[in-house]
Unconditional design. Sequence first.
Length: 393
Amino acid sequence: MSNPSFISFSGVSKSYDGAQYVVDDLNLDVRKGEFLSLLGPSGSGKTTTLMMLAGFESPTHGEIRLDGRRLDDKPPHQRDIGMVFQNYALFPHLTIAENVAFPLSVRRVSRAEQKTRVQRALEMVELPHLANRRPAQLSGGQQQRVALARALVFEPSVVLMDEPLGALDKRLRETMQYEIMRLHRELSLTIVYVTHDQAEALTMSDRVAVFSDGRIQQAATPSELYENAQNAFVANFVGENNGLTGRVVSVGEDWATLALSDGSVIRGRSEPGLRAGDEAMLALRPERAHIPSAEGVQVDEHSNVVRAQVQELVYCGDHHRVHLALGSRDSFVVKVPNTQRHALPSPGSEIEIAWRHDDCKILAMSVPRSAPVIPASTPLSPSIITTAPAGAN
Ligand SMILES: Nc1ncnc2c1ncn2[C@@H]1O[C@H](COP(=O)(O)OP(=O)(O)OP(=O)(O)O)[C@@H](O)[C@H]1O
Ligand SMILES: [Mg+2]
């Protein structure tokens, strides 16, 4: 039976300067064979998390386990983990075959065995014909394939990829996404994949952990993240969102009502922990909001209805994007599918927009950060001063 938590981070925090956590109390389990993506904005701690798992950085607190065993004292090459870096990191003076053989020679695999395995790894990425070239003689996509072959050649149980497709153009990126998904499936790999491209994370992954500020805001399947974001950060970062803010008026077990800037009060699903008086955000996808006059949808007591002024209509082939102003402050987008013959409202007109209570959420802003590593009152110790000069911030 497979171990449900093949990789586990428990209470893992990392500080480079002794003053601030860049990864803050990370708790995350990865199943054997899972494709997990770490998704988040620049500087949110994704690479640091991957580097700790690979063994190039060590956690300040907490522990990381692979298949039940602590990883802390193991150097990178003893971790049974393949790694693909953002910039390929191929050795320019070695041939493609020598690059791919490198992890094998570090592991003291015999010459004959190296030859067979390199051939097999290059076949996997469809590059055996380029074995004797040097990296500079390959295209970006081909170099990326070599990096992939090098990460897979020693048949690691885990492969880590840090923005592996960031440098490729859109078409090549899509081709490589399918390649990686195919290899994941065929080799039953466990993959931890870093990206800040939400579309890439949603299409490739079994599960996505959304990072912000060193903390996991939510770890869930792509559809769960899109349909059921747990806080405002996730709702805004994954997919398009009408994120109007307001004040919570009342809360129930799994619902809340919110007063918007124009005074209208709406109702939606909610998460535990929200209290009346809190600042909160409406999370509503543009395709879930409707213009009853243009779409012929029924409005009943299970719907929110607000008035808004049409600002602009944008034709997008299969749908129109209708941009609206709500009160004097907020803007709103509704996607109207081009499947019916109802007339669209004209710019400047005042209309009703409506959506079902169940189709929106009322969410707290984000998971709060914990305190800095060193309380402000504690003097810096000499070892810390070497990396963070006093007064640097
Ligand atoms: N070696 C280091 N020494 C000091 N600070 C570092 C080091 N590496 C990263 N940091 C800092 O830690 C924070 C997290 O960085 P990290 O590289 O993990 O982010 P990331 O999510 O991978 O971002 P990106 O999407 O830009 O690659 C950043 O504020 C960064 O400046
Ligand atoms: Mg990074």
